[in-house]
Design a binder for this molecule. Structure first.
Ligand code: PLP
Length: 360
C-alpha cells in the first residue's frame, strides 16, 4: 500500500485511522453479523450510530440545545434552494458575495424571491473579504447569507458581518470542524461533509429551532422542508447510513485528537508553514489578501502558466496529488484539511523549495 499526500479540495483526505476502523468493521459491525451498509436504518445498531454521531458533534461544536442537527442529502447545492424555500417569509434576502459558492447560492435564491447583494469582492476576483461591519442590511430581509470559507479562492470571513439583527446563514462546508465556532451567532450553519468531515453524500445542517417552520414557500417539496427532517430525527426516509457512520468515526477521531481547539492549533501551524514559505518565495506567491487567508485552502501561482503546469505534473509524480487550482482560477491550490498531517505540508514545502531552486 502506498498512500499519497492528497491535497484535493473535496472529496478530500480522511484520517487514516478512520479508514482503518472502517476496514476492520467492513464485514461485521460489532456483533451484528453484517456491514453498516447492509443494516436497516431503523435497526438499533444504526440508530445508535446516528444518535452517537449527533451527540459527538454537539459536544465537539458545543451546540446549544435550541439548535437541531440534521443529516441530509443533496449536497451543498440543495441547501442553496432549501435555505430560501424555508426562510423566505418576506421573499427578500441579503447575500454577501465572496466567491463562486455564494454567487451560486444567490442565483438559486433569485428563483424564490428578491436577492440583494449587500457586499461583494467580485471586483478583484474574490481575492479579499469586503468590510462587513456596517452593511446596508435590508429592513425586510429574511436572513443574511455568507459562505464563510471560500474553497476556490482561499479566503475566510474571520469577522462575521453585522447583520443588524437579521439571522445569519453560513455555508461552512470547507471549514466544518476545523476550529471552534460560536453556534449561537448563527441562525443556520450548514456544510457538505465531503470537504473536511467525511465522504460525499451527507450535508449537515445546524439550525435554530424557531427557523424550522411550517409556513415555508407553498410549493416546497416535503423532502426539502427542514421540518420534515427535524420532526423525524433525520430518519424521515432512508438516510445515507454508511456515510453517516464514517462521519461518526471522524467525530470520534476529532475527540481523541483533543477537539476543535486543538484542531485549530494544528491547522494554524500547517497553514503558517505554507504561507510563510509563499511569502518568502522568489517563485511562488499566494493570491489573496493576507488578512483574509483561509487555514484550509491555500491557492498560489508562479505567475507563469507553463511553470504552473510543470509544477503540478512534477508534484503529482512525487506523490503530492490534486494540487491543480480550480478550473475557474487556474494556478495551484493546496487544501490542507484536518486529516492532512503536518508532515504532508512540510514535505510539500520542501518539494516547492527544490522546484524553486531549479526554476526561479
Ligand atoms: C463544495 C462546496 C459546495 C458545493 O457542494 P456540493 O455538495 O458539491 O453541492 C458549496 N459550498 C462550498 C463552500 C463548497 O466548498
Amino acid at each position: 500500500m502506498s498512500r499519497v499526500y492528497n491535497f484535493s479540495a473535496g472529496p478530500a483526505v480522511l484520517p487514516e485511522e478512520v479508514l482503518a476502523t472502517a476496514r476492520d468493521e467492513m464485514l461485521e459491525y460489532g456483533s451484528s453479523g453484517m456491514s453498516v451498509m447492509e443494516m436497516s436504518h431503523r435497526s438499533k445498531d444504526f440508530t445508535d450510530i446516528l444518535d452517537c454521531a449527533e451527540a459527538d458533534l454537539r459536544e465537539l461544536m458545543d451546540i446549544p440545545s435550541n439548535y437541531k442537527v440534521l443529516f441530509l442529502q443533496g449536497g451543498g447545492n440543495t441547501q442553496f434552494a432549501m435555505v430560501p424555500m424555508n426562510l423566505m417569509k418576506n421573499k427578500v434576502a441579503d447575500y454577501i458575495l465572496t466567491g463562486q459558492w455564494s454567487k451560486k447560492a444567490a442565483k438559486e435564491a433569485e428563483i424564490y424571491g428578491k436577492v440583494n447583494i449587500i457586499a461583494s469582492s467580485q471586483d478583484k476576483t474574490f481575492s479579499y473579504i469586503p468590510d462587513l461591519s456596517d452593511l446596508p442590511v435590508s429592513e425586510d430581509a429574511d436572513y443574511v447569507y455568507i459562505c464563510q470559507n471560500n474553497t476556490i479562492y482561499g479566503t475566510t470571513i474571520w469577522n462575521l458581518p453585522n447583520t443588524k439583527g437579521k439571522d445569519l446563514v453560513s455555508d461552512i462546508s470547507s471549514m466544518f470542524l476545523s476550529q471552534p465556532m460560536d453556534v449561537k451567532k448563527y441562525g443556520i450553519l450548514w456544510g457538505g461533509v465531503q470537504k473536511n468531515v467525511g465522504p460525499a453524500g451527507v450535508t449537515i445542517v445546524i439550525i435554530r429551532e424557531d427557523l424550522i417552520r411550517e409556513d415555508v414557500l407553498p410549493f416546497t417539496p416535503t423532502m426539502l422542508k427542514y421540518k420534515t427532517h427535524a420532526d423525524h430525527g433525520s430518519l424521515y426516509n432512508t438516510p445515507p447510513c454508511y456515510n453517516i457512520y464514517i462521519c461518526g468515526l471522524v467525530f470520534k477521531w476529532l475527540k481523541e485528537m483533543g477537539g476543535l481547539a486543538e484542531m485549530q492549533k494544528r491547522n494554524e501551524k500547517k497553514a503558517s508553514l505554507l504561507y510563510k514559505f509563499l511569502d518568502d518565495s522568489r517563485l511562488f506567491k499566494g493570491t489573496v489578501e493576507k488578512k483574509d487567508r483561509s487555514l484550509m485552502n491555500v491557492p498560489f501561482v508562479t505567475g507563469n502558466e507553463e511553470l504552473d503546469k510543470k509544477f503540478i505534473s512534477q508534484a503529482s509524480e512525487a506523490g503530492f496529488k490534486n494540487l491543480k487550482g480550480h478550473r475557474t482560477v487556474g494556478g495551484m491550490r493546496a487544501s490542507i484539511y484536518n486529516a492532512m498531517p503536518y508532515e504532508g505540508v512540510e514535505k510539500l514545502v520542501e518539494f516547492m523549495s527544490d522546484f524553486e531552486k531549479e526554476n526561479a
